[in-house]
Design a protein around this ligand. Structure first.
Ligand code: ATP
Ligand code: MG
Length: 419
């Protein structure tokens, strides 16, 4: 991890970079006569529903303008049908515009055709989709290198590039596995490696993490920000989840009914919502009150009770403590690095001597604010299911950090909006 990532500074890294993607006055109408009456209606400001009622055409995008700076994570966020995918498909010309201009690194993409378009896409952008779309019968490394193979890159260069990309996503050791041998999160990392393999300037990610469960999804967001600190790509990221948008975006573009409602930094979106629509959205956002434990807990990885103290200590590293479980998987004791080191300094290598049992337990459905007091003790909290089995480890520092961040934002928001 780079120093920047360690400091959580990936966001905002490229605040003043130059522009790499621009959409100018872009309209997209779906239907048999996209440039007919529907377009005129949309152009004169008639809302999407009315255009549909009056013309039988669907407004995909109406008067969309935004520009993405080189090196930033630009997130397009909106409800289903708001036009997010349509917008991203303009950038690689999977769709033709009805009206307007799309510039990528100075090139008018919509004017490209045939092999020029293909070459431009390959060279400039990688895509990551919601569904992994990996070839089941090819190895991980061959999946990652597939695009390069199509470009006739020879095998050894292809494998070098694929291994570099796999290392970036932490999967170098899985190069020879088949996709089915990997978890959903790992498969999505293969998808990311595939997009990174040709070293494009731009990553287009459409709901890339939306199919993952919340815990894995958060890990992927963190990883993506760490990778971004190394590779400095421009990332156009689509999501329908405002929490995700605010978490990873340098800037966020909120869309509704095919139109852009607001573009701003996460702080601007939260503290200066441009319309009632955005304000309403923001009210639902991840206020500490509603962040649930299962969204932030990490995998439990308990320590085997028969381990030596020194081995157990290497497992503790920078986390706030690991649990030992009984044979039914219920947590019975906790080893913290501090306790372990103290016991070691007194000459013991007996794990049992360093364990404590005065830790707190919580349910995965508890909310973070319920755990503030507990977190203040600085010990890992055991997340247990109904039968008392350990299903997660909750780092108290994470609670403090998450609550602090969110409360700061919410406070600002409430000051601006409600006072
Ligand atoms: N190929 C198409 N033909 C007709 N209508 C389309 C087509 N693609 C998209 N649309 C319409 O355009 C609008 C925007 O769709 P789009 O797929 O961009 O939304 P989205 O924001 O990506 O939604 P989701 O979150 O469901 O993926 C929707 O009303 C949709 O029905
Ligand atoms: Mg979509």
């Amino acid at each position: 991890m780079s120093d920047d990532a360690a400091n959580g500074q990936s966001k905002g890294a490229a605040a003043d970079g130059d522009e790499i993607i621009r959409l100018n006055d872009v309209y997209k109408i779906f239907g048999p006569q996209p440039r007919g009456r529907a377009f005129e209606l949309a152009r004169s400001g008639v809302p999407k529903n009315d255009v549909q009622r009056l013309s039988g055409h669907v407004v995909g995008l109406t008067d969309v303008n935004f520009s993405v700076k080189r090196g930033e994570i630009f997130v397009v966020m909106g409800l289903s049908g708001s036009g997010k995918s349509t917008a991203i498909r303009m950038v690689n010309k999977l769709y033709d515009v009805t009206h307007g201009e799309v510039l990528v690194d100075g090139t008018d993409v919509q004017k490209l055709e045939g092999t020029d378009l293909q070459a431009f896409r390959r060279q400039k952008m990688g895509m990551v989709f919601q569904h992994f779309a990996l070839f089941p019968h090819r190895s991980v490394i061959d999946n990652v290198g597939y695009g390069l193979k199509v470009q006739r890159v020879d095998r050894s260069d292809r494998n070098d590039a694929s291994m570099r990309a796999l290392s970036l996503v932490g999967l170098a050791a899985f190069a020879d596995h088949r996709p089915a041998q990997l978890s959903g999160g790992m498969q999505q990392r293969v998808g990311l490696a595939r997009a990174l393999a040709s070293d494009p300037d731009i990553l287009l990610m459409d709901e890339a993490f939306s199919a993952l469960d919340p815990l894995i999804r958060r890990q992927m967001q963190d990883e993506m920000m760490e990778i971004q600190d190394e590779v400095h790509k421009t990332i156009l990221f689509i999501t329908h989840d405002l929490n995700e948008a605010l978490r990873i975006g340098d800037r966020v573009c909120i869309m509704k009914d095919g139109a852009v409602v607001q573009i701003g930094t996460p702080e601007e979106i939260l503290t200066e919502p441009a319309t009632g629509y955005v304000a309403e959205f923001v009210q639902d956002v991840d206020q500490g009150r509603v962040i649930k434990v299962h969204e932030v807990m990490t995998e439990p990885r308990p320590i085997p009770a028969d381990m030596s103290l020194s081995d157990a200590l290497t497992l503790c590293q920078d986390i706030a403590g690991r649990f030992c479980c009984d044979t039914d998987g219920r947590p019975i004791s906790l080893l913290t690095a501090a306790d372990g080191l103290r016991a070691r300094s007194m000459g013991s290598n007996d794990l049992a001597k360093a364990l404590r049992s005065d830790f707190d337990r919580c349910s995965p459905d508890a909310t973070l604010n319920e755990l503030y007091a507990s977190a203040g003790r600085g010990l890992s909290i055991a997340v247990v299911d109904d039968s008392g089995k350990l299903i997660g480890n909750l780092d108290p520092r994470l609670i403090m950090e998450e609550m602090g961040r969110v409360e700061g934002l919410i406070e600002g928001f409430e000051r601006e909006v409600f006072m």
